[in-house]
Design a binder for this molecule. Structure first.
Ligand SMILES: Cc1cc2nc3c(=O)[nH]c(=O)nc-3n(C[C@H](O)[C@H](O)[C@H](O)COP(=O)(O)O)c2cc1C
Length: 177
């Protein structure tokens, strides 16, 4: 019998939704029956062997709708994937993931994690540019504008390939267990 999974995803501007599509496709390619991608609603209705939960970073954590979805899960295997505007370091992703994981009750098991950078709305970059016109020497603003420009290309093909690999590993580990 085919193994089953659910892809649940919270995405405001489409970055995390793109990741969710890749997760879904990868699971299907490997012969899993995969429901979704769908928005987080009341948890407990997902009956998959594995739940893929996708979030966008909201003030260093996942959004409230994803937090309450994760908090409702019991006894599940969960793979967390997300996007963040700040792409500077793996350390930052680990900090965000640490906060997101904390929404899971101890009865759940983590099956894997993945994060990458995601583009932000043009208005955000325009604010940094306006700020720099006022204060051309402001190094913090310069760094934020540089990060904003880097983010414009993400998620890119390499991000999606890395996600595909992480998902494959998690699926085969769950199939073997
Ligand atoms: C209200 C708000 C808060 C955000 N907070 C953060 C943050 O704390 N750290 C970060 O790296 N990105 C932050 N971002 C950027 C988004 O997480 C990023 O653009 C993400 O890829 C959006 O995903 P989506 O397209 O799936 O909605 C924030 C964006 C918004 C709109």
């Amino acid at each position: 019998m085919a193994m089953t999974c659910n892809v649940i995803c919270s995405s405001r501007t489409g970055n995390t939704a793109l990741l969710a599509e890749t997760v879904w496709e990868t699971a299907r390619e490997l012969g899993w029956e995969c429901a979704g991608p769908e928005k987080p609603r009341e948890s407990g209705r997902e009956d998959g062997d594995l739940i893929f939960a996708g979030f966008w970073t909201d003030k260093g954590d996942c959004s409230e709708e994803m937090a309450s979805f994760l908090e409702g899960l019991e006894g599940k295997r969960v793979f967390l994937f997300g996007t963040a505007g700040f792409g500077g370091s793996q350390e930052y992703y680990e900090r965000v993931l640490g906060r997101v994981k904390a929404h899971l009750a101890p009865s759940n098991r983590l099956a894997g994690t993945f994060m990458c950078q995601g583009k932000m709305p043009e208005a955000v970059g325009a604010r940094f540019e306006a700020g720099l016109r006022q204060e051309p020497e402001n190094e913090a603003l310069k760094a934020r504008l540089e990060n904003f420009r880097q983010a414009m290309a993400h998620p890119d093909r390499r991000d999606l390939e890395a996600l595909r690999e992480a998902v494959k590993q998690a699926l085969s580990a769950v199939s073997r267990s």
